[in-house]
Design a protein around this ligand. Structure first.
Ligand code: SPV
Ligand code: MG
Length: 333
């Protein structure tokens, strides 16, 4: 699709920070390919006289991997992730936050930062676990935390190679995922803030938001002691009894709904496959499928057809003018 609102990569890099400066918060939805990126970006609802929309997109390691039929366990390589990121960037205009997993070793992270910034990504989030990591939502997986000083060095290395101050490097604390508690998370947050991080993401896989709220409360004191407050990020997948509004009230500046487009697509695909098998034709599946015309419009097919017609009309007009000019010049002789 030809994106309606075009932006340059550098305008796009700055767009996330601008959004947070303007509104205090960025509401982000996951995308795992071009089509889900378009849908996440163009979603609009009317509520209490206001138009609601997402401010940007999350390119998730879980859903990028799952959409390739692979587990989120450092299996999908960097080049493949970059390919997906570029695919989404190509058809959207809103800011993108990339899930950088552990970021690899500092030299790998430097290349990742350079590459993402060049493409127009606004932020990368890396997590303080050791490579190869396991997805954080699996509470049964063993999770090993990175040495905080080594992680702080990696953050610093990334900050040094980023060209724009607007490109954000966000540190993701995995202390609660590894069972190390809020005090460990705060201690690590301090080290990462001193290393120059642009944001802190506190992650949890519990349904009870108690620890998250405890961290958010203590974060205020930590930041006022350090004299700097990097943005605070939440991924409320498991503790989604807490609304976005409540998260904002507790100091969160970026809220990422991290996997819902993929999970919704999964259910819809499963349902349609079963419906076709059961019905013995695809007739019963019609109500759960978007019309092809809608897909055409969404991905820009309609625009091509309209342009084809316009070009054919102007060619006919030109040919008409040319032949009447020839006829005209002939009749003068
Ligand atoms: C992802 O979306 O890949 C994330 C968030 O890293 S989570 O799956 O909750 O770990
Ligand atoms: Mg991930």
């Amino acid at each position: 699709m030809i994106v309606e609102k075009r932006v340059t990569p550098s305008e796009r890099v700055s767009a996330l920070k601008e959004c947070i400066d303007r509104k205090g918060v960025a509401l982000i939805l996951e995308a795992h390919n071009g089509l889900s990126g378009i849908l996440a970006e163009k979603a609009r609802v009317q509520k209490n006289g206001q138009t609601l929309e997402f401010d940007g997109l999350w390119e998730s390691s879980l859903t990028d991997s799952a959409s390739k039929g692979l587990p989120d366990a450092s299996i999908v390589g960097c080049d493949s992730r970059i390919h997906t990121i570029d695919e989404i960037l190509n058809v959207t205009y809103k800011p993108i936050i990339v899930d950088g997993d552990t970021g690899g070793e500092p030299a790998q992270f430097e290349y990742l930062v350079q590459n993402l910034e060049r493409l127009g990504v606004s932020a990368v989030i890396i997590e303080d676990k050791v490579y190869p990591k396991r997805n954080s939502l699996d509470a049964t997986a063993s999770q090993t935390l990175e040495d905080p000083a080594a992680f702080a060095d990696k953050i610093q290395a990334g900050k040094e190679v980023a060209l724009s101050d607007d490109f954000m490097i966000i540190s993701r604390l995995e202390s609660l995922i590894a069972g190390a508690g809020v005090a460990d998370a705060l201690d690590r947050a301090e080290q990462y803030i001193l290393a120059g991080t642009d944001g802190i993401m506190i992650h949890s896989n519990k349904s009870d938001p108690k620890e998250i709220l405890e961290f958010a409360d203590a974060y205020k004191g930590l930041c006022s002691r350090l004299g700097r407050r990097p943005v605070l990020v939440s991924v409320p997948t498991t503790y989604n009894t807490l609304s976005d509004e409540q998260l904002v009230a507790n100091g969160f500046n970026i809220i990422i709904h991290a996997n819902h487009m993929l999970r919704a697509a999964y259910k819809a695909m499963e349902e349609v496959a079963a419906t076709i098998l059961t019905g013995g034709s695809s007739l019963d599946a019609n109500p759960v499928c978007a019309p092809v015309s809608e897909i055409f419009a969404c991905v820009g097919h309609d625009r091509i057809i309209r342009k084809d017609k316009e070009r054919a009309t102007s060619k006919r007009l030109l040919n008409g003018k040319a032949s009447s000019a020839v006829l005209g010049s002939g009749s003068q002789r």
